[in-house]
Design a protein around this ligand. Structure first.
Ligand SMILES: *Cc1c(COP(=O)(O)O)cnc(C)c1O
Length: 378
């Protein structure tokens, strides 16, 4: 049955709304400069990637071949031999983090998960769902974990198998926890490398750091056990998605054989999106490394530009190395509402995602922040 005229009009109106606002976003990390039109024709198929892309599945409409190549790409970016890794395309950074925490908990069922106050809000939920013992660690003002507090808390609780949730780019301040420092502190407590688990939440920065000249440590070569990144943030995707990469040896411990799909089930959901792996694949295949580097450098330059403008106006501003998140004092409600900014406590941020080709939206926002401050001073 075709749609009624009224319903057709409703869709048309929503289409116009989306076209009008497609580049609105300056407060959140979602990029809008993607083009997956080559994939539109696949929307007519019920593609489903349930199970493991590495195995045969008799649900024929799967995009496993593409998912495998996506995973091969990310294993390369995150410095782990592909054959030693396993991961999949998730529904987003949250599921990626949940998978990492799940592996940590299966390895150390009695272990305590340590996460800093600046950690994304979803981790509190993950901890509840997985019933992991957890401890909140203080953050430094810059947004990094307070390593003294981490050490103190592990030591005071006598935990022999800490599960560490490290932020590679916090949501609000874009801060990157120092993996090497975390490892030094844990080693200092006499805990061997095989006795703890280290997950890296790299929702936004996981797709920035591989393409900068001086990345902070964040890969398997630096000592992580798993990493999550969002597909709809730096890369860009019309459907939220993410990627998680872990060590195959740890994943094999959670694998369950399912006769119904004649495959192994390792993933958190059963049916899985088969379209988003196609999107991630298309994103990888349509950008050379040099293009990612250029795109990311442009965003970093825009962040620099915003920092300089705030400084020139005498406004406090924070932006970490290799970060596109620019933090400033929370402006009046009319400013953050008008620009759809995310605020947290007494700060707000703008994120110079790649669809900001020039500085016009950044300028419009900073002009409003300045005029708000002038009004308040008057
Ligand atoms: C956005 C974000 C998440 C959650 O990712 P989703 O893709 O929205 O589920 C987790 N951690 C950090 C640091 C984030 O910025």
């Amino acid at each position: 049955m075709p749609l009624s005229i009224a319903d057709q009009n409703k869709l048309d109106a929503f289409w116009s709304y989306c076209v009008k606002h497609q580049y609105f976003n300056i407060g959140y990390p979602e990029s809008a400069d993607f083009d997956y039109t080559m994939l539109e024709r696949f929307l007519r198929f019920s593609i489903n990637n349930c199970g493991d892309w590495a195995e045969y599945c008799n649900y024929l409409l799967n995009s496993f071949e593409f998912e495998k190549e996506v995973m091969e790409y990310f294993a390369g970016l995150f410095n782990i031999p592909f054959e030693d890794s396993w991961g999949y395309v998730t529904n987003g950074g949250t599921e990626s983090n949940m998978f990492g925490c799940y592996l940590g908990r299966e390895l150390f069922p009695e272990g305590t998960l340590y996460y800093s106050k600046d950690t994304h809000y979803s981790v509190a939920k993950i901890v509840k769902l997985l019933r992991i013992k957890s401890q909140l660690v203080e953050s430094q003002f810059c947004g990094e974990m307070d390593y003294d507090d981490l050490e103190r808390k592990i030591s005071a609780s006598g935990e022999r198998h800490p599960i560490i949730f490290a932020n590679i780019g916090t949501t609000v301040r874009g801060a990157i926890d120092d993996i090497a420092e975390i490892q030094r502190r844990i080693a200092g407590l006499g805990i061997a490398r095989k006795d703890y688990y280290l997950h890296a939440d790299a929702a936004l920065s996981g797709m920035i750091l591989p393409f900068v000249d001086e990345p902070q440590p964040f890969t398997f070569a630096d000592g992580i056990d798993s990493i999550g990144v969002s597909g709809h943030k730096m890369i860009g995707s019309p459907i939220p998605c993410g990627i998680v990469v872990a060590k195959k040896s740890n994943v094999d411990r959670i694998s369950v054989e399912i006769d119904y799909i004649s495959a192994h089930d390792k993933t958190i959901t059963g049916s899985r999106n088969g379209h988003t792996p196609l999107m991630m694949w298309a994103a990888m295949r349509s950008h050379t490394n040099a293009e990612w580097r250029r795109r990311i450098q442009h965003s970093l330059n825009m962040a620099r530009y915003a920092v300089d403008r705030f400084k020139a106006a005498g406004i406090d501003v924070l932006c970490h190395k290799n970060s596109i998140t620019v933090v400033f004092p929370k402006p009046a409600e009319w400013v953050w509402k008008k620009h759809c900014l995310a605020t947290s406590g007494d700060v707000a941020h703008l994120i110079t995602t790649a669809h900001h080709l020039d500085s016009s939206q950044i300028d419009a926002l900073i002009d409003d922040v300045i005029s708000d401050l002038n009004q308040r001073a008057a």
